[in-house]
Write a protein that binds this ligand. Structure first.
Ligand code: FES
Ligand SMILES: [Fe+2]
Length: 365
């Protein structure tokens, strides 16, 4: 009997997509051990504005401090642990107040009010500030690290620290946001994003605009993966109808204008950089077989305030591409549940999913 060539790289074993204990293992080895995208910094505008967020099971508060910097605190009172802010977003006038015994914290996290605790000998407010995970703002995005000894962000992101600066992502604003609940493991979504082998059969609308073989990778190993894909028609864009829906982003040069760039920032941020806008996908694990995906369409404020600005053809196009991708990812999740599944061979057009798998297995080692 002929035996398959062992040198061909293959997809991951089934348990990586289905086993709850592996899902748990990913928590400490990957999600509490890497920098994670939290939210757009511009989501909080004025001092006191906050978002209460949940990342990897951890309640966090993103709040704008009095000095206009972004602060991130665990959403947990230092008295007896109560979750304090329970609206998704809002405004704290001066302090964050716990709803239980009314301890209150300034926006920078220091404990400023603790009723009757002066009667407790040895108690000092300085000993009980809110706890903050490591956090930073890069390209207008707030990142957090939930681990104990985070590698400094600048070090972890060194390979891409200035790579995307021509797009000035920090100056872009979301014009649309879509939240998808997908019945597939997060890695299937990343693997799907990382190749266009599926494009001819899954995305008929994309093919005439950007050919699936007209692509290359300028980051092909490690936590940052991806590269450009040519936009076929001179001056065209990836939208319904194939036109750009805004002038090219200021900062882009000739070389960027006929390309769409697609990057994975390990583990769960997907960046699609277009001549006229940027699409961001944030993946949130729900369970081994479920992922929440938050997709944002970002445009330059100059374009947004322009006369006749209409991003709808881009929103419609990418929403449809998203749904096509989630569908095949869900079908793959279903198939991998089959007792007949064994890892299958990657094609030459799937070098990025293979590179992602290597990075993933390194992180899990
Ligand atoms: S638990 Fe917050 S004040 Fe008591
Ligand atoms: Fe796709």
């Amino acid at each position: 009997m002929h035996s398959p060539d062992a040198s061909i790289s293959k997809s991951l074993k089934a348990r990586y997509f289905t086993d709850p204990s592996l899902f748990e293992e990913e928590t400490s080895k990957i999600f509490h051990n890497h920098w994670l995208y939290l939210e757009r910094a511009a989501a909080i505008e004025k001092p006191g504005d906050y978002h209460a967020l949940e990342v990897e099971g951890q309640g966090l508060i993103l709040v704008k401090d009095k000095d206009n910097t972004e602060r991130v605190h665990y959403n947990m009172c230092r008295h007896r642990g109560t979750r304090m802010l329970n609206e998704a977003s809002g405004h704290c006038k001066q302090v964050i107040r716990c709803p239980y015994h009314a301890w209150s914290y300034s926006l920078d996290g220091s404990l400023v009010g603790a009723p009757h605790m002066d009667e407790t000998e040895g108690f000092s407010k300085e000993d009980y500030p809110l706890i903050a995970p490591a956090h930073t703002t890069w390209e207008g995005n707030v990142f957090v690290h939930l681990g104990d000894n985070p590698q400094p962000f600048e070090q972890a992101y060194a390979p891409v620290l200035t790579k995307f600066s021509p797009w000035h992502i920090g100056e872009l604003r979301p014009v649309h946001r879509e939240v998808y609940e997908v019945e597939a493991n997060w890695k299937l979504v990343v693997q799907n994003y990382s190749e266009c082998y599926h494009c001819p059969s899954v995305h008929p609308e994309l093919q005439p605009l950007s050919h699936y073989r007209d692509t290359s990778n300028d980051l092909d190993e490690g936590p940052f993966l991806g590269g450009p894909m040519r936009i076929t028609r001179e001056g065209g864009g990836l939208s319904r109808g194939g036109n750009r829906t805004a002038p090219p982003l200021p900062g882009l040069t000739e070389e960027h204008l006929q390309q769409a760039y697609y990057y994975l920032l390990f583990p769960t941020l997907l960046l699609s950089l277009q001549p006229d806008f940027v699409l961001m996908h944030q993946l949130q694990r729900v369970s081994a077989g479920q992922t929440r995906i938050i997709c944002q369409w970002l445009y330059h404020s100059g374009a947004i305030s322009g006369e006749n600005f209409d991003p709808q053809p881009t929103i419609d196009f990418w929403h449809n591409v998203n749904l096509e991708d989630w569908r095949v990812s869900e079908l793959t999740q279903k198939g991998i549940g089959s007792r007949a599944y064994t890892p299958g061979p990657y094609s030459s057009l799937e070098s990025m999913p293979a590179a992602f798998d290597r990075e993933y297995l390194r992180a899990m080692a």
